[in-house]
Design a protein around this ligand. Structure first.
Ligand code: HPA
Length: 272
């Protein structure tokens, strides 16, 4: 767990480098790194330079904080995120979002790759996250409440901001992307789920399954930020097709859709 002072030091370091207070933060998930190419007039900060910051250990996650313009909007973008399965505790996973908050960020776009649990979904589709299910007992808000950021018992009814979901739906009109709205089921990983787990998730109301995003969304809500969650369905979840899952499959689908996905995210940012 990080102290307020440590978070402030990290945020001050970033502010000194970028010299501005961005209102929009973006976290890029697996294989979505190419979105960073949409950012103009970039300032790039390696995670290793930022005091107290976490270290990325995952292939396909660059480990860079990128500040710049998308159209006329200033954005701060994490290319590479942190996950529970890397060995971080939930209490540590609040750090990036709290730093965003200290930088002045008011809205976050969280992107990820996920497995399709809803059998109507296909690899390459996009799911706007309407809600999530997290069955693990852990929470990024466990421990003494960080009163500087928000209340002890934050509401979770509107974590995924309805107005932003509406904007995301509208921005998809006329594009060739297939868009759904659905529930993201958080699983700890790093192993993919079993077919029985996927059947259970479907019964519980999950439409897609993944290993990220939820700690960030909960922290962002605690900080009073608006959240848009966008998930690329990179594969059908375990047991739906009678074959093994691999991370290559996740990566390859992500790569195939990443240009169109980047254009979509850019369009959303222009409207925000
Ligand atoms: N399960 C969990 N996480 C994932 C998957 C999956 O099938 N695909 C991409 N991330």
């Amino acid at each position: 767990m990080f102290t307020y002072q440590e978070m402030q030091e990290a945020s001050d370091y970033i502010l000194n480098n970028i010299g501005d207070q961005p209102k929009l933060g973006i976290i890029l998930g697996s294989a979505l790194g190419p979105f960073a190419e949409e950012i103009e007039n970039k300032v790039v900060i390696d995670y290793t330079e930022i005091p107290h910051f976490l270290k990325t250990t995952v292939k396909g996650h660059a480990g860079k904080l990128i500040y710049g313009n998308v159209g006329d909007k200033k954005v701060i973008c994490m290319s590479g995120r942190f996950h529970y399965y890397e060995g971080y505790d939930f209490e540590q996973l609040d750090l990036p979002i709290r730093i965003f908050k200290l930088l002045g960020v008011e809205t976050v776009i969280l992107t990820n790759a996920s497995g399709g649990v809803n059998v109507e979904y296909k690899p390459g589709d996009i799911m706007i996250i309407s809600d999530h299910i997290k069955l693990m007992g852990a929470s990024p808000l466990r421990g003494p409440n960080k009163d500087e950021f928000g209340p002890r018992y934050p509401d979770s009814t509107f974590i995924y901001t309805p107005e932003l979901r509406e904007i995301a739906l509208q921005c998809a009109e006329g594009s060739d992307l297939t868009i759904h709205e659905g529930v993201y089921m958080y699983m700890p990983g790093p192993q993919f789920e079993t077919p029985a787990e996927i059947r259970a998730i479907r019964i519980l109301g999950g439409d897609a399954v993944g290993m990220s995003t939820v700690t960030e969304a909960i922290t962002a809500t605690h900080c009073g930020m608006k959240v848009l969650g966008l998930s690329i369905i990179t594969n059908m979840a375990a047991g739906i097709l009678n074959r093994k899952l691999t991370d290559e499959e996740v990566y390859e689908t992500g790569k195939t859709i990443s240009t169109r996905f980047s254009e979509y995210v850019k369009k959303i940012i222009e409207v925000l």
